[in-house]
Ligand binder design. Structure first.
Ligand SMILES: Nc1nc2c(ncn2[C@@H]2O[C@H](COP(=O)(O)OP(=O)(O)OP(=O)(O)O)[C@@H](O)[C@H]2O)c(=O)[nH]1
Ligand SMILES: [Mg+2]
Length: 340
């Protein structure tokens, strides 16, 4: 386990319920460079960033959202494992959902890792008329509590400041504080008993089916194999949307359906019907008419392109869900969404 001693790096994890703003805060605190990778042996993505605060080298780890520290899901197992190797934790909580947040805070306190609570989304809780007495909460929990609005960077420098204080207080504190608390040991025993029961009454009649989606997700986020996968996806989208949708289908509809059938018929009909008013005739079937131009463009040009794009998108979306998620993270890290 790495401890902050002299110039050694210290490791800080961002932990919290799903969708509470951990990644936005991570983006601000970690600076420009971040690495997205799968936690070894799993499909869970972990983002790490290296930075330096007042000369202190810091590695920040953004973890997936969790509900509890008693690991049930793969994400919770990974987060739990990460917690055994960090020097401090930033718990990010949603100020609108204090109950859920504090459930996790109490579990963190039980483990004994130094942590602070960033009570995020204060803009949304404020709009709902919810206010939290952070001073009182800090006293009750015995940890720093910082109110934040991550998307506006409000309170984020304060997190860094409080963490530096926390780390220097914690300087040299041994791993003894990371003992397993009694409740955790009881839970572990309970899970062992459950595993034993499940093992006793369950049998596998056929070998597990190969999970192709997981495999595709893994190669599409691989630093080397991901590149040809990306190339193949771009080529497929070009062929399907760019060539088939925008050229072939547009040709059928614009030249065939509208050019040969609908428009000539409409021109004939409305020229007769509105022979008394060239204005009304042109409005409908003139060179810039509602039917000859607006309807033709909407149905013969925009419709096939949008249709083929969304067809392609929906077909590949589920296959490449993992890839999409990693791209979102990369965007966040590259500061397209958050600029420091
Ligand atoms: N209104 C408001 N929205 C916020 C705030 N912080 C983050 N968000 C938004 O909340 C959403 C989730 O933010 P993330 O940083 O991805 O949350 P996360 O905790 O990393 O989510 P998971 O990794 O899925 O658990 C994004 O749309 C953010 O823009 C905040 O303070 N106020
Ligand atoms: Mg996140």
């Amino acid at each position: 386990m790495m401890k902050e001693e002299g110039g050694q790096r210290c490791r800080i994890a961002l932990v919290g319920n799903p969708n509470v703003g951990k990644s936005v805060i991570f983006g601000f605190l970690s600076g420009r460079y971040a690495t997205v990778s799968n936690y070894s042996g799993t499909t869970v993505e972990i983002t790490t960033g290296e930075t330096s605060w007042e000369g202190k080298k810091v590695t920040l780890i953004d973890t997936p959202g969790i509900q509890t520290l008693i690991p049930m899901s793969e994400e919770e197992k990974v987060t739990r494992e990460i917690l055994t190797g960090v020097d401090a934790v930033i718990q990010v909580g949603d100020a609108k959902n204090l109950g859920r947040t504090l459930f996790l805070s109490l579990q963190l306190a039980e483990i004994g890792i130094p942590f602070l609570l960033a009570l995020n989304m204060e803009d949304e809780s404020g709009a709902l008329g919810i206010s939290v007495d952070k001073k009182r909460l800090a006293t009750l929990l015995g940890i720093p509590v910082v109110g934040t609005i991550a998307i506006h960077k409000k309170g984020l420098p304060e997190i860094r400041h409080q963490l530096l204080g926390l780390l220097s207080k914690n300087n040299g504190s041994g791993e003894a504080i990371r003992h397993e608390p009694p409740s955790r040991m009881i839970d572990q025993q309970r899970f062992q008993r459950v595993d034993a029961l499940v093992g006793e009454v369950t049998r596998r009649d056929s070998p597990p089916r190969k999970n192709h989606r997981e495999w595709i997700g893994r190669i599409s986020t691989h630093p080397i194999w991901g590149v040809p996968v990306l190339g193949a996806v771009l080529l497929a989208i070009y062929e399907f949307v760019g060539k088939f949708g925008a050229q072939t289908m547009v040709g059928w509809l614009e030249e065939g359906l509208f050019g040969r059938l609908i428009n000539p018929a409409a021109v004939q009909l409305f020229s007769k019907l509105f022979s008394f008013s060239p204005f009304l005739r042109d409005l409908l079937v003139g060179p810039y008419g509602v039917i000859t131009m607006a309807l033709t463009y909407a149905f013969a040009i925009i419709f096939p392109i949008v249709l083929t794009f969304f067809l392609f998108f929906s077909l590949t979306f589920s296959l490449f869900l993992t890839l999409k998620h990693s791209l979102t993270l990369t965007l966040i890290q590259s500061k397209s969404l958050v600029s420091i």
